[in-house]
Design a protein around this ligand. Sequence first.
Ligand code: F6R
Length: 245
Amino acid sequence: MELIKVRDYNEMSQKAAEILIGKVKGSEKINFGLATGGTPKGLYEKMIEDHQKNGISYKNVTTFNLDEYAGLSEEDPNSYHYYMNESLFKHIDILKSNTHLPKGISEHLEKECSEYDKMIAENGGIDLQVLGIGQNGHIGFNEPGTSFKSNTHVVKLAESTREANARYFDTIDDVPTHAITMGIASIMKSKEILLLVSGEAKQEAMGKLMHGEVTEEFPASILQKHPRVTIIADQKALSRVLITP
Ligand code: F6R
């Protein structure tokens, strides 16, 4: 895993944006795996700024998001569909038909899951997957205990994850109990992974990620086994991590 140390959230977002924009410019066609949450917001803002200033086109870009809450419609302001439209898609010239997220409402959620993996494979797989990390080591919504062999699946959210995400909802009771997430195996199939980590709340997770054992009890630890992972982490996230040169 390559570690890029940056000062703060802004610098993390800037570096990440440079990497993604570089790939958009340098490829005839590229598939990004994208995340939601607080961490990639700055990255998306920088991509929008760049698009408005330099006119880089996203017509050659296809996206697959990691996850979606079960039971929320695409129009629900707390859905990840809504988040992605508001935070990125509607501000750039990406084709709506090239943007994909798991469907949160379906009579056949399990079928949606297997079709999502199939669709990614049929599109040639994910070239670069952007990830954030939960305080308990989750990636996507793969909570501790998730099998490393998991494909896209329906999950019951950990209470700690619902509490962490309650800030976006009126009350914690409104936070869905289940979600659909790309599995660990789906994420590990990405050709390249870019993990963004910022803030004190992520210090412990950062330490375990860099120096902990590879265990399903800390899902992000599997990234130690991926051949091409870049981590961009800021000073606050790194302050308790022993960095060996
Ligand atoms: C979101 C996702 C989650 C978040 C994680 C960190 O699509 O997959 O794994 O990356 O919960 O969330 P933030 O960035 O809000 O700290």
